[in-house]
Design a protein around this ligand. Structure first.
Ligand SMILES: Cc1ncc(COP(=O)(O)O)c(C=O)c1O
Length: 391
């Protein structure tokens, strides 16, 4: 089955639901068993991981979303979680214990970093940050106690593309697992398990849900064993999304291919236009030839989503505020992957440690939505007119 067909048909079963096209919302805590034997059987074997036995362990609504994403990513099984961030933290927590070490890309989502430096460190797990462009050289940083190499490719603020196959080969030689935050590419544009990844994470909040109206996460595992370990961890922490959010995420998934095709094209048009502007030092978009990650992107990805960055020539906060505050369509806000365009100050200087960010100029992140790209370009052009002479 091709991905486009899977997007339409995965995670629903009309014959089991009166012919109703969409998977209904199952709201449940208690699930009744007809007999004692049935109650006990539900907690054993495959039914423990995939069966309906108690709301916090999953309902047909959560399983439908997880199974649909697992199929798209190409994994053995998936677990839906309460947010994209909890998908990250649960996936990491599943595989580490006191005294262990993890390697994380210097470009990971800032709350991922805060989790590693905060709770994870308190529980005795050490994190070392590595240059996202390290490739196979990561082998030198792997220690006997390294359990995880955590990747995010491209990094969602400055868009460095990682050489995942080279990193995975090195990690696997030393018995470490490769976890990837695959949210930027979505399951459509990067197939994690074909490139050596063991566990793939989606902030379903972004392109999967697609409408900026919920937070949700999905963790997909390469093998059944990894899937079960993750599921046991989310059981233990009681991490579960609500069924209404699963329903909405599944509804978003149906149109994700069409939205992404459009947003990819519009984002490229906007990024190309920006790259010609005198106010711009550089555009950070891996699908643009000349981007430092372009060759890896071309080798490993089958498309680009609509989130990219720019480094402005100016470093003036006041000038940038004049430009950004007046945008009609690029509204200021966190997150991305919805139908609407957004802009965000990226501030990579604040977080980087392995490769400190020294480049001059203000860094902005743009998310291109489903508006007409000509309107978006007009909005940006008007913004540049507001930058003024102190820029
Ligand atoms: C790359 C990346 N991963 C994970 C997350 C977390 O997702 P959520 O907002 O659903 O917790 C985000 C959110 O911005 C993100 O950008």
């Amino acid at each position: 089955m091709k991905d486009e067909t899977r997007l339409v048909h995965a995670g629903r079963d009309p014959e089991r639901h009166y012919g109703i096209v969409n998977m209904p919302v199952y709201r449940a805590s208690t699930v009744l068993s007809p007999t004692l034997a049935d109650f006990k059987a539900r907690a054993k074997g495959d039914r423990k991981y995939r069966g309906v036995r108690y709301g916090a362990y999953g309902t047909p609504s959560t399983f439908a979303l997880a199974d649909a994403v697992a199929g798209l990513e190409g994994g053995a099984g998936a677990v839906a979680t309460a947010s994209g961030l909890s998908a990250v933290t649960m996936a990491i927590t599943a595989f580490v214990g006191r005294g262990d070490h993890i390697l994380a890309a210097d470009t990971v989502y800032t709350p991922t970093r805060q989790f590693c430096d905060g709770p994870l460190a308190r529980f005795g797990v050490e994190t070392t940050y590595y240059d996202p462009r390290i490739g196979g050289e990561i082998e030198r940083q792997i220690r006997p106690e390294t359990r995880i190499v955590f990747c995010e490719s491209p990094g969602s603020l400055t868009f460095e593309v990682q050489d995942i196959p080279a990193i995975a080969a090195a990690a696997h030689r030393h018995g470490a697992l490769v976890l990837l935050d695959n949210t930027w590419a979505t399951p459509l544009f990067f197939k994690p398990f074909d490139h050596g990844v063991d566990v793939s994470i989606q902030a379903g909040t972004k392109y999967i849900a697609g409408h900026s109206d919920l937070v949700i996460g999905i963790i997909t595992a390469r093998t059944e064993e990894l899937f079960r370990r993750i599921k046991e961890t989310t059981f233990a922490f009681g991490d579960i999304p609500g069924p209404d959010d699963c329903y909405l995420a599944l509804r978003g998934l149906r149109s994700m291919g069409a939205r992404l095709r459009q947003q990819q094209e519009s984002a490229l048009a906007v990024a190309r236009w920006l790259s010609e502007r005198p106010e711009i030092r550089r555009v950070m978009h891996p699908a643009l030839p000349g981007d430092p990650g372009h060759d890896l992107w071309q080798r490993d990805f089958t498309g680009a989503s609509s989130l990219f960055g720019v480094v402005l020539k100016t470093g003036s906060e006041a000038a940038v505020a004049r430009m950004v505050d007046g945008y009609r369509f690029f509204k200021i806000g966190a997150s991305w992957g919805g139908y609407e365009s957004l802009v965000l100050p990226a501030g990579p200087k604040r977080t980087r440690t392995a490769v400190p960010w020294t480049e001059p100029g203000y860094v902005l992140r743009y998310h291109v939505g489903l508006e007409d790209p000509e309107d978006l370009i007009c909005d940006l052009a008007d913004g540049f007119a507001r930058l003024g002479t102190d820029a």
